[in-house]
Design a protein around this ligand. Sequence first.
Ligand code: CP
Length: 306
Amino acid sequence: MKLHHVIESQQFSLPLLEELFETARRMEQVVARGGTKDYSGRIMASLFYEPSTRTRFSFESAMIRLGGRCISTENAREFSSVSKGETLEDSIRVINGYVDVIVMRHNEVGAAKRAAAVSDIPVINAGDGIGQHPTQALLDLYTIRKQLGNIDGLKIAMVGDLAQGRTVRSLTYLLSKFERVKIYFVAPEMLKMKEDILAHLNEHNVWYTEETDLTRVVPEVDVVYQTRIQKERFGDRLQDYEKSRGIYIIDRNILSLMKNKAIVMHPLPRVDEITIEVDSDPRAAYFDQARNGVFIRMALLAMVLG
Ligand code: CP
């Protein structure tokens, strides 16, 4: 199935998700065999205007394991010609002449779409402000499938900074494509899931509820998807940040309320919203989730590079 730019979760149909997950499964075997040279001669640019550990390194690892090479700027706001006043569009047009695929993280919502509009080569959205982070949601869904076997009928709690979290927005769009999914949004009033996402769920008849009490939700669900309260998104509203942080912490007490087969996920990085004692519990899935990023990103790169 043809895939060119990867901008938002909505563009992934169920058959395309199946093809992606099947390719990712094959990539797990490729990695176990030490990688491939299939994409030698191909170059990926990672253009990051916001900080990253997982997304940038896993994309670069993915490209190298496919036999390709990477050029990279990890602080494009300071170290690219944006600092001299160059527009995003001009940067993308120029980079088109140097590489075969661009992986871009930007601080502005819609930046990936703007980049794709002027790019002949594939642009992959590695996070655009508080907009979307589709490749994270794809690896999240892949992890849920690997851990629990199925998506249809699952009950999933999304917890924390839902108003400013791009991963939960992208994941909700993906989940809305499956049957009988139930989504529990757990957030303080000021960080509730945004209306556009709730409207999308209403339009697609997806069951959801909004809660403030995590302990009421945890015994019900199959997945607890915890997120960080993102200090950097509050700007000068630091009082609001202080009021929100620490409200929801996954610890031994929360684990004791969870089903035996349920899993704890987190896109990472975490600060203090999952205590370290949780790491050794078999239900802690977040490091496996991060590892799956390489396989999903290898699959995405293979699909867009053809
Ligand atoms: N999950 C995620 O996007 O992590 P990074 O910010 O480290 O890339």
